[in-house]
Design a protein around this ligand. Structure first.
Ligand SMILES: [Zn+2]
Length: 58
């Protein structure tokens, strides 16, 4: 089982897609990506909970 998140689901025009074995690892990847690619999202205090709702199990 793996966890996946599609960056475009946040509403950002971004082709980013992340898949990891662990949920915590995925959140870590997404947060790093947000800081680099989406500083406006990274500064949003809602980002953490938004990321949680966008994670899908595959
Ligand atoms: Zn992105």
């Amino acid at each position: 089982m793996a966890y996946t998140l599609t960056c475009a689901d946040t509403g950002a025009p971004c082709p980013g897609n992340f898949t990891t074995e662990g949920k915590d690892e995925l959140v870590e990847h997404v947060m790093l990506h947000a800081e680099r690619a989406h500083p406006e999202l990274a500064g949003n205090p809602e980002l953490g909970s938004m990321v949680q709702t966008l994670i899908k199990q595959v």
